[in-house]
Write a protein that binds this ligand. Structure first.
Ligand SMILES: *Cc1c(COP(=O)(O)O)cnc(C)c1O
Length: 338
């Protein structure tokens, strides 16, 4: 695959670390060796997966002469934080449209990513009700800015279109190169599956390279069949965009919905266990909305014998730890007497 012909800004300056998790694997005690790909350490304020996608999306915006970026997300969106961060770096304005997926969940004084929107100097925040037509809401903001002489460019939620997904095709290639250099044979990869660009890009990259590494997605929002259809469609659009003739077979796309719990962004006991276990064995911070639920899926699947005995399983850490600070009460232990 020749990704070099697509414009990008060069936000990913070095491969993110790929590490074995000896203490976590031992504590899990489920007959697998867990490795982690540290995309939480990507550049961009507080890091995370959207940097890889924005590398390509913002290059496209600049190529089209844009001076302003509009995007959307949930009230604690990592994607919004990183889009704003890279827009700042590029000297562009950034406007956010936030969807209250949980009723009354927006508070202008909330901590976590919301605090960072303010700190990084967001130009405007428009809050809309859950279930709103987000492309239409962003278009309204764009029309108002155009009337003021601005040149806005809209990046879809999660930067999950075929341009953004190139970032995760590139991550798949980076990962395969690292596994070769380190001499590690990975049997299975586990990835969070939200707006689908990450999962779709990884699958496209693995299939496009005939890697033979099965990928399991852990959904954080939508039902299994809906999510799988979204990932499959975007993965095939992305392969087509790159010019790869191979197609993704439907059975290669798995996105379990068993770990969502009561809904998007709402805590589950298994997510809390996963976040605490990784923090207390490896000093690595997951997040409550994506990587924590994805890791709770990996843990449960390992305990159920889903992976072959002694398998090397690679977990993609997509970042998101700033959201922890908007969930303090969720993670607080009972006070220790003494
Ligand atoms: C957006 C996000 C994801 C999900 O990635 P998608 O490409 O939207 O599926 C996972 N983890 C974190 C921390 C995110 O911000």
């Amino acid at each position: 695959m020749n990704l070099a012909r697509f414009p990008r800004r060069g936000y990913v300056t070095t491969p993110t670390p790929l590490e074995f998790l000896p203490n976590f694997s031992k504590a899990l005690n489920a007959g697998i060796n867990v490795y982690i790909k540290r995309d939480d350490l990507l550049p961009g304020a507080a890091g995370g997966n959207k940097t890889r996608k924005l590398d390509f999306c913002i290059a496209d915006a600049l190529r089209q002469g844009a001076d302003t970026i509009i995007t959307c997300g949930a009230v604690q969106s990592n994607h919004c934080r990183l889009t704003l961060a890279w827009a700042v770096k590029e000297g562009m304005d950034c406007h956010l449209v936030l969807e209250e997926r949980v009723k009354n969940s927006y508070s202008p004084t909330a901590s976590g990513n919301n605090f960072l929107f303010q700190l990084l100097g967001v130009k405007s925040v428009t809050v809309v009700a859950g279930g709103s037509d987000m492309p239409a809401e962003m278009e309204k903001v764009a029309a108002a800015l155009r009337a003021q002489g601005k040149k806005p460019y809209i990046i879809p939620g999660g930067a999950s279109n075929r341009i953004g997904a190139l970032g995760y095709v590139s991550c798949a290639e980076e990962t395969l190169r690292q596994l070769f250099d380190l001499g590690i044979a990975i049997d299975h990869m586990v990835v969070p599956s939200g707006s689908a660009g990450t999962h779709a890009g990884i699958i496209a990259g693995m299939i496009g390279n005939n890697a033979g590494i099965p990928v399991t997605g852990i959904g954080v929002n939508r039902k299994k069949d809906v999510q799988q259809a979204a990932v499959l469609k975007l993965a095939n659009e992305t392969l087509d965009f790159i010019g790869v003739t191979a197609q993704v077979p439907a059975e290669a796309v798995i996105a379990f919905d068993d770990y969502v719990g009561p809904g998007y962004s709402l805590p589950t006991p298994a997510m809390i266990e996963a976040v605490k276990l990784l923090a207390r064995t490896e000093s690595i911070l997951l997040d409550p909305v994506y990587s924590g639920k994805a890791m709770s899926g990996l843990i449960d699947l390992a305990r159920k014998g889903y992976f072959p005995n002694n398998a090397n399983v690679l977990f993609l850490h997509t970042g998101g730890s700033p959201a922890l600070y908007a969930y303090l009460d969720t993670f607080r232990d009972a006070p220790v007497a003494g």
